[in-house]
Design a protein around this ligand. Sequence first.
Ligand code: SF4
Length: 692
Amino acid sequence: ARFRGRDIDATETTCGYCAVGCRFEVHTKGDEVLGVRATDPEGAPANDFSTCVKGKFGYEFAGSDDRLTKPLVRRDGDLEPASWDEALDRVVEGFERIRDDYGPEALAAFASSKATNEENYLMQRLARDVLRTPNIDNCARLCHSSTVAALLQTVGYGAMTNSIADVAGADAYLITGSNTTESHPVLATRIKQNVRDGADLVVFDPRRTGIAEHADQYTRTDPGYDVAWLNGLTRYVIEHDLHDADYVEEHVHGFDELREKVEPFTPAEVERLAGVPPEELASAAETLADAENVVFGWAMGLTQHSHGTANVLAVANLALVLGQVGKPNAGLSPFRGHNNVQGGGGDMGTLPNKLPGYRDPADPDVRADFADVWGAEPPAEYGLKVPEVFDAALDGEVRGLYVMGENPALSEPDIGHADEALDALEFLVVQDLFRTETAEHADVVLPAASFAETDGTFTNTERRVQRVRPARDAPGKARADFDILTEVAARFGADWDYDSPADAMDEIASLAPIYGGISHDRLDAEGGLQWPCRDADDPGTRYLYEDGFNFEDGKARFVPADMGRPGELPDETYPLTLTTGRVMYHFHTGTLTRRAPGLTHHVPESFVEIHPATAESLGVADDEYVRVASARGSVVVRAFVTDRVGEGVVFVPMHFAEGAANALTQGDTVDPESGIPEYKVSSVRVERVEGE
Ligand code: SF4
């Protein structure tokens, strides 16, 4: 009614950037996106009336002239426009040839945490049921795979235990390795409002991030030594009898083993290892122990380490020993990154060792359930993780790769290694909105629809499944991932029977019990639903573990965390420690935000943050160009002299192809349990660039 007579449509949908999952209306006139407005707080539990700058101005990419509007195929070395028929014929021929010559394990597929649940479900089905390969993974391998590995072991589900409403209502926070203000802005606003109203905020981080500016206590830690101070906090609360002994006795196994493991982490040892002063360790422990309800929030600063799983185990142990899991306004809050990394990157089974609903392909009963619906069992063996796929490509074991909505040529650590691996493939298909750095290596590029042109669902960081609706048509001949995948499957001879994404969601509900009660009809009628939502009468679950943990005996497990050290330490040649991360105005590899003028003019190029003392010792002035070099490569970027980073530590954002942080990061060191690479600690040197 607001727009009567003006030919303006308002489409209610979910933000396609981060996993806060803000709801808003996209206003369009024809295919032109006019703007975005948050309008219905009841239907928008994550954001009420708010959106951040990316949600508000970040949609400009949808109408960008750079959008792919036709398939591209490689002819005589160049990518050239082609018909859908020719492109899809090549996809089928390319993958069939490799499968016939080398077997299905020579194929791999990367799903997309940007795409919908339904599209990701189809991608893993295409890999397992049509291509017959277990090699399906996605970029969540590179962000929260260590979180999932640790939470599955300790509490039972690889997900945030609570809701954004619980985060907003805590009495105290421990936030670590999360640049919440820039990476999850609307969530950060809710935390800051609560802190203003009296909640205690403790931040431990090597970098004094925006959220740290609001903290009651900010403690700078040395990058890569988080287990030390986390185990030190646990030791402190046990030693001072500040733990919840009744809760532990009733709800958690393994207290004695935990106590033994944390014993060496005395305050003096924590200071030696992690640079945390004893009085700051004590005050943090007492703040957390005194509070009624505590939320433990983290993101990639904790997970992207060669011991990322141990880091998250140490957080989970601390939360459990304080009795802070399984009640309102408390709990474990891994802040997920991409809009649909929880759903598309995990729940949908786009993982080499998990089917949809985190079901185990090694279990014959589980495979039989899938065979009832698919007509054939999925492969029983576990597939390769993303870094293993790249190594296997270089070894000639993986020869064909299908990449949907990911840009590993820029997001992988040590992108020189990723480039070599992509070039080593015999056949690469990339399905995306733009001709990304990865698409430049492809044999076939398929033009895909954006979130603003797509029908389906996303699952946000708090396990809330929400509808995504098309507000405009995809440009030219670009098509929704859902349509592309169903057509690819049909050309392989599969008889998939999906009239719409709603049909796919019904199939997901039939195979993944945590989604058992979720359907498009219900979401349209009721708004979002948080899993577990097991049947049509289940209202969903605001916070997990109220009635016990996700193990047969209902009890959680302390899994003591071993001390890990960074895989690379500073030396004479590379004396500084590089850490990487995000800025508010960009997202991930910048594929979308760098095509949104309303965002990119705020931060148009890469930079390196250098502490004033480090800058002085190097003779580097603020705003001059410097070369940052590691054993992998070097970039020239503008220096930003600031005490946000500590002495001897530098920070480069991850969003820029020119000045790419991942030209510097290490690709060799990965967490053995989750396979997550160590993005957060690499050794570098910085030098002035004369004449730049
Ligand atoms: Fe989108 Fe995240 Fe910003 Fe919300 S906070 S508008 S979900 S980018």
